[in-house]
Design a protein around this ligand. Structure first.
Ligand code: ATR
Length: 290
């Protein structure tokens, strides 16, 4: 079926945008514009290169110009917490804003990333998180959100590994305080795990090493591996995991579900998930991966 025609831009067109730096390779415009067209909405979504020092002015500008909403990506998600008029419970809970809704109440910040991680893990890997043993690689912004969300999902044990150990230790301390029933430690598991989750940026570049030190923990010791990276479709970690017989998935599902939730927050309509997934696959892999 050919993609639906979008309604021509006119004086009634509603605008959404993603602010980030760098932003040139964002797939979000393709995903959201396909969804607007599929639902016959006279809306458009653009990508704006916004330097962190101008983020407050950019958010104010979008609000003043009556944008419907915006997404925020690297490096804006933490900064924006102090730049909105109100925080939804999701943004308060995860301490980061990736979606803003503009309406008569002003700018309200949401976080749609945390739920998207879990939705994608369940959908793409069919892992049961409650009671699971998880090795999480990375303790940056994405790693922190993933660690807290996994703890909130009642995983049994969480092992945190990061190049800068102190950042993993900080997250472990936070989890001990907020989720005392979850066993959290810094370092690799001594026995098998149910899932390895990569939240580092290692794998984005072709010559990057694998984020997993296989001398410390073998891929044979886990059933499933998720890489938040979706470009390339198969990182070195995922390729090795596939060869080792693990179930694998990349971060496309996470990108999809955070976008779908943002779409619903802005439009009040159910997101057309299939349309959005197809648009992402086409935009990122040129339609080569279904
Ligand atoms: P994001 O918001 O995507 O999480 P980030 O906060 O910059 O981005 O975090 C990047 C993550 O990748 C961190 O865990 C980082 O490790 P450090 O905390 O030690 O910086 C990890 N990372 C980036 N480059 C790395 C490398 N060359 N080797 C190992 N880990 C790396």
């Amino acid at each position: 079926m050919p993609p639906p025609e979008s309604i021509a831009i006119n004086a009634a067109t509603r605008l959404c945008a993603v602010f980030g730096s760098p932003i040139r390779h964002s797939a979000s415009p393709a995903m959201h514009n396909a969804a607007f067209a599929a639902l016959g909405l006279n809306w458009r979504y653009v990508a704006c290169e916004v330097d962190p020092k101008n983020l407050r002015a950019a958010i104010e500008g979008a609000k003043t110009m009556n944008f419907a909403g915006i997404n925020l990506t690297v490096p804006h998600k933490l900064l924006a917490v102090d730049m909105v008029d109100a925080l939804d419970a999701s943004a308060k809970k995860w301490g980061a804003v990736n979606t803003i809704l503009f309406n008569e109440k002003g700018a309200t910040g949401f976080n749609t990333d945390a739920d998207a991680i879990v939705t994608s893990l369940r959908e793409d890997l069919k892992v049961e998180l409650r009671g699971a043993k998880v090795l999480l690689l990375g303790a940056g912004g994405a790693g922190r959100t993933a660690a807290l969300k996994l703890a909130a999902e009642n995983v049994a044990e969480l092992f945190l590994v990061n190049r800068t150990r102190s950042k993993a230790e900080e997250i472990a301390a936070e989890i001990k305080k907020q989720f005392p029933t979850v066993k959290v430690s810094v370092g690799h598991p001594k026995s098998d795990a149910d899932l390895i989750l990569n939240a580092t940026s290692l794998g984005l570049k072709a010559d990057d090493a694998s984020p997993l030190d296989e001398k410390q923990f073998s891929l044979k010791q886990t059933r499933a591996v998720y890489d938040m990276i979706y470009r390339p479709a198969e990182t070195k970690l995922l390729a090795a995991a596939r060869v080792a017989g693990c179930k694998t998935a990349n971060g496309l599902g996470m990108l999809l579900h955070q976008g779908a939730k943002a779409f619903e927050i802005w439009t009040g309509k159910p997101a057309p998930l299939d349309v959005m997934r197809r648009a992402l696959v086409e935009n990122i892999y040129g339609g080569a991966k279904s």
